[in-house]
Design a binder for this molecule. Structure first.
Ligand code: PXL
Length: 291
C-alpha cells in the first residue's frame, strides 16, 4: 500500500514545452525547464530550433531550424500514450511551425490540457529579425486555440492592429487591447509590460468568461532585461498547473520576475546575458507551498 505521502509522486503533473534552445543567454527552454521543474512539474520538451545564443542584441549566432523534427517527436510520444496537463509554446523556429504546432495541439491534448501560448515574436516596438512580416497574422491562429495567451505590449500591437506606443498607458487603452486580444479567441489574456505610472510595471489579466480585469503591479526598473518574458510566462505556467487561479499565478510571476531583474541590476551583469532567476527558485517553491 502506498502511504499518503507517496500521492504527489503518482499525481505528478506534466507539461510539454515548445520553444527554442538558445544555448547561451537564459531564455526559452533554458528558463522554462528549471522554473517549471521547481514547481514539481515534469517538463517534456519539443525544441523548435537550436541557436548558439538568442537573437536580442547579439549577432553572429548559429541557427538550426528543427521544423522537420516536431511531428516525428509528437508521433513517437503518441505511441507512448503520454498525457499532458499543459502545452506551453514560445519562440517558434519558422512560419511553417505555426501550423505544425496547431497539429501538435490536436495530437497531444486531452479535454483537460491547458494550452498556454506566449506569442513570442516582438519587443520594444519591433518584430524579431528571424520572423517574416506575416508572422503575426499566422500567430493569431495559435492564439485562437489557446486557453491563455501571454503577449507583451509590442506583440499585442502586432496581434490587434493597435499602434505600438510607450507607456505609461491609460486603463482605457489597456482594456481596449485586452478586449481585442480576447476577440482572437483565447479564454484568458495576460498582457505583460503594462504600466499606468512611471513607478510600477506588471501585467493586466483578463478573463473572457467573467469579463474580470485585474492589474498586477511590481516595481518598475528601467532598461531592457533579456529573457524576462520567458521567465514570467514560465512562472505563470508553473503556478497555474499547480492549481493557482490566473490572477494568483500572475501575482507570483510578477513578483518572481521583478526579483530576477532587481538581482541582475544589482549584479551589474550584461543585460543581454539574461537575468538571475536561479536565486529566486527556492522562494518560488515556497510560495507554491512545496517546501
Ligand atoms: O526571449 C524570447 C526569445 C526566445 N528565443 C530566441 C530569441 C528571443 C528573443 O529575442 O531571440 C531565440
Amino acid at each position: 500500500m502506498h502511504s499518503e505521502k507517496m500521492k504527489p509522486l503518482t499525481n505528478q503533473k506534466r507539461v510539454a514545452a515548445i520553444h527554442d534552445i538558445s544555448c547561451f543567454g537564459k531564455c526559452s527552454l533554458t528558463v522554462a525547464l528549471p522554473i517549471i521543474s521547481t514547481a514539481g512539474i515534469e517538463v517534456s520538451v519539443i525544441p523548435t530550433a537550436v541557436l548558439s545564443t538568442h537573437t536580442g542584441g547579439l549577432t553572429g549566432y548559429t541557427y538550426r531550424d528543427l521544423t522537420e523534427d516536431i511531428l516525428p517527436i509528437v508521433s513517437h510520444w503518441q505511441s507512448l500514450n503520454l498525457s499532458f496537463d499543459a502545452i506551453y509554446t514560445g519562440f517558434l523556429g519558422s512560419f511553417k511551425q505555426l501550423d505544425i504546432v496547431l497539429k501538435t495541439f490536436e495530437q497531444l491534448k486531452n479535454p483537460d490540457t491547458l494550452i498556454v501560448v506566449d506569442p513570442v515574436m516582438a519587443d520594444n516596438g519591433k518584430l524579431y529579425s528571424t520572423f517574416p512580416e506575416n508572422f503575426p497574422e499566422g500567430m493569431k491562429k495559435l492564439c485562437a486555440r489557446a486557453d491563455v495567451i501571454v503577449p507583451n505590449i509590442t506583440e499585442a500591437a502586432f496581434l490587434t492592429g493597435e499602434k505600438y506606443c510607450e507607456g505609461p498607458y491609460s486603463r482605457q487603452v489597456v482594456e481596449r487591447i485586452l478586449n481585442k486580444l480576447a476577440g482572437l479567441g483565447p479564454k484568458q489574456v495576460v498582457l505583460t509590460g503594462v504600466y499606468l505610472d512611471e513607478k510600477n510595471l506588471g501585467a493586466a489579466c483578463y478573463d473572457a468568461l467573467t469579463g474580470e480585469i485585474n492589474y498586477i503591479d511590481g516595481r518598475r526598473i528601467d532598461g531592457l532585461y533579456h529573457g524576462t518574458g520567458d521567465v514570467f510566462a514560465s512562472a505563470l505556467v508553473a503556478c497555474m498547473v499547480n492549481g493557482c487561479s490566473l490572477v494568483k499565478a500572475a501575482e507570483i510571476a510578477v513578483d518572481f520576475t521583478v526579483g530576477c531583474i532587481e538581482r541582475t541590476k544589482k549584479a551589474g551583469t550584461d543585460r543581454r546575458f539574461g537575468v538571475n532567476f536561479e536565486a529566486g527558485l527556492p522562494m518560488l517553491a515556497q510560495q507554491l507551498g512545496l517546501i
